[in-house]
Design a protein around this ligand. Structure first.
Ligand code: ZN
Length: 219
């Protein structure tokens, strides 16, 4: 049980960070952590209170859907299956953040990829953050489309929905989620001004190597 409580505390810290960063507001979105060596995770509850989250409100559940906190009347996020699918298909992913952050979601509604506009993006994301094909929330198609859009990277934009950030640690995911929203905001503003210029692939290869070495969940 030690891992469960430790994970719940990590989730609480991440909830507060992304709330303060303006990525979540009204209980939408969800965060989870894999329990090492088990087919289990700790995930935020349905309608999570990001402003004042409590470790005892985080839900411990198995990948088969068993809710270990049922007696405490805790209901896991309805999008737990999205997290489960990623954990089952990416063994090196230990943490996941999904948000409906406004600027990333604007790209999601426009079905637009976020190209590499800052070298920092190549370091943190490994390249452009692609937008998935549309899949209805609550269906198994959603994680499949997400994995397809992620390719060999860790993050994607979920069409008409929001962002999906996966990684080896929650610290990485929080940082990546913040940077993704900031870059989406910059890119949208640059489009309003007109003619945003992206960084050519050859110019960011060196930074992508840093991503592969430190953050990739594939290699
Ligand atoms: Zn969602």
């Amino acid at each position: 049980m030690v891992n469960v409580m430790e994970n719940a505390e990590i989730l609480v810290k991440a909830c507060k960070q992304i709330y303060q960063g303006g990525l979540v507001k009204l209980g939408e979105g969800n965060i989870s952590l894999r329990i090492p060596s088990k087919d289990e995770m700790v995930i935020t509850p349905a309608g999570n209170d990001y402003e004042n989250p409590l470790p005892e409100h985080m839900v411990h559940m198995a990948f088969d859907g068993t809710n270990f906190d049922k007696e405490k009347d805790l209901i896991p996020s309805s999008e737990f299956f999205l997290h489960r699918h990623i954990y089952q298909h990416r063994s090196k992913v230990n943490a996941i953040i999904h948000t409906h952050a406004p600027f990333v979601s604007a790209l999601a509604v426009s079905h637009q990829d976020l190209p590499v506009i800052f070298e920092e993006m190549a370091v943190v994301f490994g390249g452009p953050v692609r937008c998935s094909q549309y899949a209805m929330a609550g269906t198994e198609d959603l994680p499949k489309m997400a994995l397809q859009a992620m390719g060999d990277l860790n993050c994607c934009i979920l069409a008409n929905h929001g962002s999906l950030i996966t990684g080896k640690s929650m610290d990485y995911c929080v940082r990546a989620a913040m940077i993704l929203e900031k870059m989406a905001k910059i890119y949208i503003n640059a489009q309003i001004i007109g003619n945003p210029i992206t960084i050519p692939k050859d110019n960011y290869q060196h930074f992508k190597d840093i991503f592969k070495k430190n953050y990739s969940t594939i290699s």
